[in-house]
Design a protein around this ligand. Structure first.
Ligand SMILES: [Zn+2]
Length: 1118
């Protein structure tokens, strides 16, 4: 080895990587057990170009990698929206009792310290005497733990004046609002456009690779006609037709199995005359045939009215109210069975998400995905597969809407396929995949292109015997520094290429030099500050007690670096209502000390020394504090809270300590106390479907954005835990978490007994997860395309740098690209995502992800290499941001138009000529309509009456930083039958489509969407099954709304509980179980997630939407 100095002592590959050690619980942080950094770090210092760059210029060059992109399928599911809780109480913040405590003008020591004060006067005492010297009389009052036993938190109705009617709605299905407020015509794009209740009967026909259907010609009812026998091996890539959920695609024409999309599809299938009045059941298998009533399913519910095929009378209108009680089931049964089922399109004849997912699992789940080949479409997010990094970033880090980009912007405009990448820079990896290697170039720092500042990567081309390299992004020729020189082999490759991660891998890390640090100073380890609302509601619900108890043990599990014995993260504590209480927990103190700051208008931190401490050193004092907090405020009657000053205080504390960090805020109510950021209740459901609806998503005041900017500058990330009993204005409160890369959790009508498991589980995971602090992300591209738009939880002060006060392994940033020049088929296109961040131990690092894509001059290549799940991720984020500025209906229309254009372009340019009556979808996009429909009828874009404004803002904010797997299951939930598979089977049962038709009343199903988890129990489930699972003797004895299954020692109980655990382990947030009985009122809530059905809020059924989409496409083509 020559001058190279940074070669690790051991070959870098095949050894454990340094990572963020998690806590040993494997369920948190998937990367436990990693060991110390593999590479010794060199000295820091030495000049390195700054992080800020200019855009690449010049001409792109061919990267070394090559290879043809395999065609591939893509897709998975999306579903309906939901949040953790439903139902909001209608409680006000509570009458501000006249006995309200006085606010103090200044900071002042907590008078009679923490002695638990039994009665009211005592509580007031601390705040009582107006401070003589306002401000910083930062004297520390010694906290004493008096032996007096503090009374338990008041139960509601103690006569304190605060809320009494609390949470009456908790757990029950809310029924606010009238369904009628959503005009029928406007509610459903389909019905609107098609003029329901006209009979629209799509017909399945030419299958082959391109999925084609024959929906009705516009204008009149058309008879579905099944022509052509089934060919083996055809259909949507799915095998047997006999499977209930299989999208059987009966090829009318004799196409060889596996025909590519581009191939001619043959003549259009014969069709019945449009005028034909009768709708005879079809005969060829299930294709195009009308479906009879579902076996085992007695009565269709109104929630999913039979799809509009009734020639005569309009369909029964959905009930006016969402109140389940208002929906008389018998009424439904009055419809004659034939009328309900006749003439409908066979749902099995349209593309099935379940089948696509299953096919991909079967076809691609068995072999590792090796990233050496440019432009490969990875397996679906729903497929379990192993990734081997051979030069391109793993799809766990980057997924693209297409892996083959049109060469020109004209082509791209014609296709309308968004070019976007969903990037998750700190994604957690499964245990059998190595985390990125850390490369240390010592004081010289990472090697970069002099012009575009791209980092050394496998695509850089070494020339002139290795003395220079040409940049693969901007073509600039750079000198190789002497210490990095290496000879080339006969192919022009450096002989040390495989010894260096940055020359052979898609993802790796560099240790950053001091030039990459703020103020040219290496950062201090970050700090966590826990800021706890101790107002009446927080105390009354038991939240404060629960939280303090949990923190005592949770603090042992702060993120650690490598094999570090203890976390480098320091902690601090603040409690607040409308004043703030800071705590000195210095290890030398016998007892914690409290300092009160009541001048919230001009927030400052009253103590520095002793506020942020090492957990182990100060353990006794911290434990004492956490014991005392619930007692101290046990009798509080303060109902008002502040919010902005709390974050301000935390941020100032980090600033004073010169470190980055995270604030964990536990907050219960609308901050109405007089202070900066004071909010008013401006919720107004009447704005829905008006031009002013967007205001519901916008923050009330600019104070929150201003504060967020300051937080970002300080590297202060905010995770917000909300426990509202009523409207808290999530749209405004989530601004700071959103812009700082933080998370928001919401537990409506929180009750310890019902919600503690979910809250504690989320909290544990959140506190323990690895975070990169004070981060900046830059995406560089080769010449011809550039990143133009960004979606996610971050802040941007210019057009290129994504600033993240914090970034964890769950957060994604979606980046959209546009052409600024012509691309070259030969050279392809390159992306390089560089994330500069501070690790949880305070180490400054750069994480680099590279990805090479193909470029095409044929549109068919684009359509063959798309990933619908990623497209939907992008489109949902695009739409969810759009509602901030545009009427929701306009946003929906934009999505529909874009989807139609994408599909029309395919039809026009890639599909073989065929009858206009056929709907032909590209194989890779055959699920685009069903998934897009799920986005369109999600609660943000088309809210049902039961969806609160806060819920919508919450979901909007959540989706913004979801990865592809999360949006997939969120928009199209998974529905798993429980008794169909053998009891001894340990694998997940195969899912069924999210439609009421798929439910058998003799079975039970689990439904999950990443946030919600239901167990639906059919009314005719066998008694033995009921007994085994619920320990009651009959269906009627099962408690509706149950959230915990009894632990019973029998195979079924074990299996179901095990499956629930397994589903929860797959998701980043804890899903609380809700048991729903068939025909019970909670069932309405459950049905909200059956996304293939028509929704009560007017959302189209899948079949309806497909017809509508077909009509739109035909319009575009004519
Ligand atoms: Zn360059």
């Amino acid at each position: 080895m020559n001058v190279n100095q940074s070669i690790p002592p051991v070959p870098p590959f095949g050894q454990p990587q340094p990572v963020y050690p998690g806590y040993h619980q494997s369920s948190y942080s998937g990367q436990s057990g990693s060991t110390a950094p593999a590479i010794p770090y060199g000295a820091y210092n030495g000049p390195v170009p700054g992080y800020q760059q200019t855009l690449p210029q010049g001409i792109s060059r061919a990267p070394p990698s090559s290879g043809a992109p395999p065609a591939s399928t893509a897709q998975a599911a999306c579903g309906q929206v939901a949040y953790g809780q439903f139902g909001q109480g209608d409680v006000q913040n509570g009458p501000s009792s006249t006995v309200q405590m006085q606010r103090l003008p200044g900071s002042q020591p907590f008078g009679s310290p923490l002695a638990p004060v039994g009665s009211q006067p005592a509580v007031l005492q601390p705040y009582g005497p107006p401070p003589t010297s306002a401000q910083v009389t930062a004297q520390l009052a010694g906290m004493q733990i008096s032996g007096a036993v503090a009374p338990a938190p008041p139960s509601s109705g103690l006569g304190y004046g605060p809320p009494t009617s609390l949470a009456s709605a908790s757990g029950s299905f809310p029924n606010s609002g009238l369904y009628g407020s959503y005009p029928q015509g406007q509610a459903s794009p389909v019905s609107q456009a098609q003029g329901h209740p006209r009979i629209q009967t799509p017909q399945r026909s030419a299958p082959s690779q391109a999925s084609s259907f024959t929906p009705p010609a516009s204008g009149g009812p058309r008879l579905p006609s099944m022509t052509g026998p089934l060919l083996p091996g055809q259909g949507f890539g799915g095998p047997s037709v006999s499977q209930p959920n299989h999208v059987s695609s009966p090829p009318p024409q004799a196409l060889p199995p596996g025909t590519q999309i581009t191939g001619p599809l043959g003549p259009p299938p014969p069709m019945h005359s449009p005028q034909q009045p009768g709708y005879q059941p079809q005969q060829n298998g299930s294709f195009g045939s009308t479906r009879g009533p579902q076996p085992n399913y007695g009565s269709p519910y109104p929630a999913a009215p039979t799809f509009g095929s009734q020639p005569g009378p309009p369909q029964p209108l959905p009930p006016k109210r969402l109140d389940p009680d208002a929906i008389p089931s018998p009424q439904l049964n009055e419809l004659p069975p034939q009328q309900k089922t006749r003439h409908r399109i066979d749902p099995d004849a349209i593309p099935s998400p379940i089948q696509v997912i299953e096919d991909d699992r079967n076809n691609r789940g068995t072999e590792p995905f090796v990233t050496g080949v440019r432009g490969q479409v990875p397996p679906l997010v729903t497929t379990n597969f192993l990734v081997k990094d051979q030069g391109n970033a793993s799809p766990r880090y980057i997924r693209c809407t297409s892996y083959n980009i049109p060469c020109t912007s004209d082509m791209a405009k014609q296709a309308q396929v968004p070019l976007a990448a969903v990037i998750k820079p700190l994604a957690r990896l499964p245990p059998d995949e190595a985390s990125p290697y850390v490369v240390d170039h010592g004081e010289s720092g990472p090697l970069r292109c002099n012009r575009c500042k791209a980092y050394m990567c496998p695509f850089m081309q070494f020339i002139e015997g290795g003395r220079r390299f040409q940049c693969c992004f901007c073509s600039c020729i750079n000198d190789v520094p002497p210490q990095y020189f290496q000879h080339l082999d006969h192919t022009g490759k450096r002989v040390d290429a495989y010894d260096r991660p940055e020359l052979s891998l898609g993802s790796y890390e560099f240790l950053a030099t001091v030039d990459y640090c703020k103020n040219n100073k290496f950062p201090s380890p970050p700090a966590f500050i826990f800021m706890i609302d101790v107002s009446y509601n927080a105390i009354r619900t038991g939240l404060v007690r629960l939280l303090c108890e949990e923190l005592k043990s949770l603090l042992d599990f702060l993120p650690r670096e490598g094999g570090a014995e203890e976390s480098a993260i320091r902690v601090g504590f603040v409690t607040y209502n409308k004043v703030l209480h800071f705590y000195n927990v210095k290890s030398s103190l016998a007892q914690p000390q409290m300092m009160v700051v009541s001048d919230v208008a001009d927030m400052f931190v009253p103590l520095l020394d002793g506020f942020l401490v090492n957990v182990n050193e100060s353990r006794a004092v911290i434990t004492s504090l956490l014991d005392q907090i619930p007692e101290m405020f046990a009798d509080t009657r303060e109902t008002e809270t502040v919010f902005v000053p709390v974050i301000q205080a935390g941020m100032e504390a980090l600033k004073a300590a010169e470190c980055a960090g995270k604030l964990f805020l536990f907050h219960t109510s609308l901050p109405i106390a007089e202070a900066p950021g004071k909010l008013k209740n401006r919720d107004d459901r009447k704005l829905i479907n008006t031009d002013k609806e967007k205001t519901l998503f916008q923050p009330q005041t600019g104070a929150y954005q201003t504060l967020a900017k300051e937080c970002v500058a300080q590297g202060c990330c905010i995770d917000l835990f909300l426990f509202p009993n009523q409207y808290v204005d999530v749209a405004t409160l989530s601004v700071v978490p959103q812009l700082t890369g933080g998370s928001v959790y919401k537990y409506a009508c929180f009750q310890v007994e019902n919600d503690q498991e979910r809250f504690l589980s989320d909290l544990r995971r959140d506190v323990q997860k690895v975070v990169g602090f004070d981060a900046v992300m830059r995406v560089r591209t080769s010449t011809g395309i550039r990143a133009v738009d960004f979606f996610g939880a971050f802040y941007m002060s210019n057009t290129t740098d994504v600033e993240l006060a914090g970034l964890d392994g769950d957060k994604t940033v979606t980046v959209e690209f546009k052409h600024d020049d012509r691309l070259n088929e030969e050279s392809g296109a390159l992306l390089q995502c560089a994330l500069l961040y501070t690790s949880c131990a305070g180490q400054r690092r750069l994480r680099i992800h590279n990805l090479a894509l193909n470029c095409c001059t044929q549109l068919a290549d684009l359509y063959r290499n798309c990933e619908t799940d990623t497209l939907i991720n992008y489109m949902a984020k695009f739409a969810y941001r759009g509602v901030l500025n545009s009427p929701v209906k306009a946003v929906r229309d934009t999505l529909i138009t874009q989807c139609a254009q994408i599909l029309a372009c395919y039809r026009k340019n890639c599909a073989s000529p065929s009858s206009a009556g056929q709907l032909i979808l590209p194989e890779c996009m055959k699920l685009l309509p069903v998934y897009l429909n799920c986005v369109l009828k999600s609660d943000v874009l088309q809210p049902g009456a039961e969806v609160t404004t806060d819920d919508r803002a919450y979901v909007r904010q959540l989706v913004t930083s979801m990865d592809v797997a999360e949006t997939n299951v969120f928009f199209y939930p998974r529905l798993l039958p429980l008794t169909k598979s053998p009891i001894e089977s340990t694998t997940e049962p195969p899912a069924v489509r999210a439609s009421e038709e798929r439910l058998s009343n003799g079975d039970m199903y689990l439904l999950e969407n990443g946030l919600n988890l239901f167990l639906w129990v059919g009314a005719s489930v066998q008694q033995g099954v009921v007994q085994s699972l619920f320990s009651v003797s009959s269906f009627s004895q099962i408690t509706s709304g149950l959230s915990v299954l009894p632990v019973l020692d029998n195979p079924l109980s074990k299996k179901v509980r095990g499956l629930i655990d397994s589903l929860r382990a797959q998701r980043s947030r804890y899903m609380k179980l809700i048991v729903v009985k068939q025909e019970d009122k909670l069932e309405m809530l459950f049905k909200h997630f059956l996304v293939e059905d028509k929704s009560l809020s007017g959302g189209a059924s899948y079949v309806d939407f497909l017809c509508h989409m077909h009509k739109e496409i035909r319009q575009l083509l004519s």
